[in-house]
Write a new protein. Structure first.
Length: 260
């Protein structure tokens, strides 16, 4: 292994009109890890293993609504040989039983608390969040096979940046890292490298984030949930352009909050 979550491999590199070459390249590692909450295995996730497994487990429990944001931080123990993370702390009732989606979340709409509306962010700052996230994506730079997620405060200052082969895992890692560092109370915005699905919108809303900015697009279900809970969803944030799908009042354009 060379660096967190990357493995060396030999690949054939081919181009039209050139002789194929056998070269060394880097591949993103992917392994199954168990998340154990309160002594019970909650899920098994395919993850990019590294030093952020504690953040992943804490963030997963929090964004799923199984750990309480208020109160003391949970005790987290990483069992690397057993590929599991044990989280001890007061658990909330698990209201979401039955089928789950690929990211561990519900496959349909779920209730979310209405979000606060004290964030006002300059358009230029919003556009710069994707680039700020990308600067922390060392694994993607090595392999091209990981997702990124970053958590920012109300001014667009980064609080945590994470990567993983799974976009849900990357968000959970970033949320968990900010939480364990005592910074999640200042978090207002998430930047994502992949699409904003229903699960991703709900995860952001459950921890009080007011805005999600992505380089990709949201799904219709994500936008519907975002409009209901008061979450600003921004997609296709690339260069000098972006699309706003819900609650645009949080963006400041030409010095004034935008009103549709």
């Amino acid at each position: 292994m060379n660096g967190q979550g990357a493995l060396k491999s030999q690949v054939w590199r081919m181009s039209l009109g050139q002789t194929p070459r056998l070269v060394e390249d880097m591949l993103a590692d992917e392994r199954p890890w168990a998340i154990v909450l309160g002594g019970e295995e909650a899920t098994r996730l395919m993850v990019s293993p590294g030093e952020d497994m504690a953040a992943l487990a804490a963030g997963y429990g929090l964004t799923m609504g199984w750990l309480a944001l208020e109160g003391p931080l949970p005790a987290v123990v990483v069992d690397a040989p057993g590929r599991r993370v044990l989280v001890a702390g007061p658990l909330l009732p698990r209201p979401e039983q039955g089928p789950r989606g690929a990211g561990g979340g519900p496959t349909g709409p779920a209730a979310a608390k209405p979000l606060a509306d004290d964030l006002r962010l300059e358009l230029a700052t919003a556009l710069g969040l994707i680039e700020a996230m990308a600067r922390g994506q060392a694994l993607f730079a090595q392999t091209g096979a990981s997702h990124g997620a970053a958590i920012f405060d109300a001014c667009g200052a980064p609080l945590a940046v994470a990567e993983d082969v799974g976009r849900h895992n990357a968000l959970d890692k970033a949320v968990g890292a900010a939480w364990l560092a005592g910074a999640l109370g200042r978090a207002r915005i998430a930047a994502l490298s992949g699409r904003v699905s229903l699960e991703m919108a709900l995860k952001a809303g459950r921890v009080g984030l007011q805005m999600v900015v992505s380089v990709s697009a949201p799904t219709a279900a994500a936008v519907e949930a975002a409009r209901a809970m008061g979450l600003t969803v921004i997609g296709f944030a690339r260069g000098s352009r972006l699309n706003v799908y819900s609650h645009p009042q949080r963006l400041v354009v030409d010095g004034r909050p935008f009103h549709a």
